[in-house]
Design a protein around this ligand. Structure first.
Ligand SMILES: Cc1ncc(COP(=O)(O)O)c(C=O)c1O
Length: 391
């Protein structure tokens, strides 16, 4: 390995959401414990980004920002090179993060009471964006086929044909179940939405984190017709561990959808992004690919390690096709929600994300973030395994 994916780093007292949530659960936490919850990584941000930002800061004037030509060119190149998606500069809309982008997109498409289709379990802020804006959540639970999750196309088609339902808020790859949707599945989604005037907000923030042998297809890239009804939310944050810089690139080819989205971002006062976010994205998409390729190998190794562990413990899990999260079914332990968390936090000292946060379909599940040094992950899994054996 050329890059460092092994150093153990404490993020205590550094403003890390993941670490602070852990201390909120438990005020006394041993120094060797690392939280496995919020989706950022316990790896150093790539050296090209850190060094590049230092160079930039040496002569920087940290003023207000707007997108600039070389930035847009680099974003375009990344999409073409890694995803075979040819985009135009004017299709790219900036906002401070993907949650912000999909919230603005929803607000630009729906009025109060309009139905928004989601496939649960799903990333909680998607539901938050629907609820806090008084839109109607239309949940079509994913079909759990022995921990491989699939879309219930019959139910989807039925809900799509209801004229009160206006938008599909889609997660691709899917957080938390780790599915990388196949081309066939995506085409089916596109067809149903086209036939029923449903606009798609496709959150593809995990697009670069795909396991060997799997391929991510950008939904909007499957046909000009699908592209025309799709708002694609992306960011470099998951791929390069720069979530704290709040940058996102939303791709919208349809002029009217783009105009409405931009107007909503103005209303939300959310048009500008951090100057370091621009710079970090530019550096990542120019010089970060080698690091990303190595990262994917480490993540794959970590997934395999988890799979061996959970198989031995007889705890079923969704075999992830992408992302760096693992969705594990703890129901075989026979503990209720409260007992499970008491066990995980107090006995095993494992701080994962409770599955119930992702919808009632997640009751009894835990979401593990496995983006941490392999040896540290091993220690945590061993501790969990030892404690489970004592139950
Ligand atoms: C599907 C999905 N969308 C969006 C985000 C967060 O995006 P941002 O930090 O850019 O708001 C996450 C983070 O976990 C995510 O999993």
């Amino acid at each position: 390995m050329t890059y460092d994916f092994t150093t153990r780093i404490s993020r205590k007292d550094k403003g890390s959401a993941k670490w602070e949530y852990m201390y909120q659960c438990c005020d006394k936490v041993e120094d060797n414990i690392v939280p496995l919850s919020v989706a950022d990584m316990e790896f150093k941000t790539p050296p090209c980004i850190v060094e590049g930002l230092k160079d930039f800061l040496d002569n920087a004037v940290l003023g207000y920002t707007v997108p600039y030509k070389s930035y847009l060119e680099i974003v375009k190149k990344w999409f073409l090179k890694r995803h075979d998606f040819k985009i135009e500069s004017q299709w790219i809309v900036q906002s401070p993060g993907v949650v912000n982008a999909f919230t603005a997109a929803l607000r630009s498409l729906c009025k109060e009471g309009d139905g928004v289709i989601v496939f649960k379990p799903i990333y909680p802020p998607m539901v938050g964006a629907i609820e806090s804006n008084n839109f109607k959540e239309v949940n079509i639970p994913l079909l759990n086929r022995e921990e491989r999750y699939e879309i219930d196309f019959d139910a989807f088609e039925k809900e799509a044909s209801n004229p009160n339902n206006k938008v599909l808020l889609f997660c691709s790859p899917h957080n938390p179940v780790g599915r990388v949707w196949t081309k066939e599945e995506l085409l089916k989604i596109g067809k149903i939405c086209l036939e029923n005037n449903i606009t798609i907000i496709s959150d593809e923030i995990w697009m670069d984190l795909i396991r060997p042998g799997k391929k991510h297809h950008i939904l909007a890239n499957l046909s000009p017709e699908i592209r025309d009804i799709t708002i694609t939310c992306t960011a470099p944050s998951k791929s390069f561990n720069i979530a704290g810089l709040y940058n996102s690139n939303t791709i919208v080819s349809n002029e009217e959808l783009r105009k409405n989205l931009k107007e909503e971002l103005v209303k939300m006062r959310s048009t500008s992004i951090n100057i370091l976010g621009y710079k970090a994205c530019e550096i990542a998409y120019t010089d970060g690919e080698d690091w990303l390729v190595e990262l994917l190998k480490v993540l794959d190794e970590n997934f395999k390690l988890c799979q061996d562990f959970f198989k031995k413990l007889n705890l079923p899990f969704a075999n992830p096709e992408g992302t760096y999260i693992l969705w594990v079914n703890f129901k075989p332990l026979g503990l209720d929600q409260e007992e499970l968390h008491k066990f995980l936090y107090e006995k095993a000292r494992i701080f994962t994300s409770p599955g119930s946060n992702f919808g009632e379909e997640g009751n009894g599940y835990e979401r593990f973030n496995i983006a941490l040094p392999t040896e540290v992950l091993k220690e945590h899994l061993q501790r969990l395994s030892d404690e489970i054996k004592k139950l």
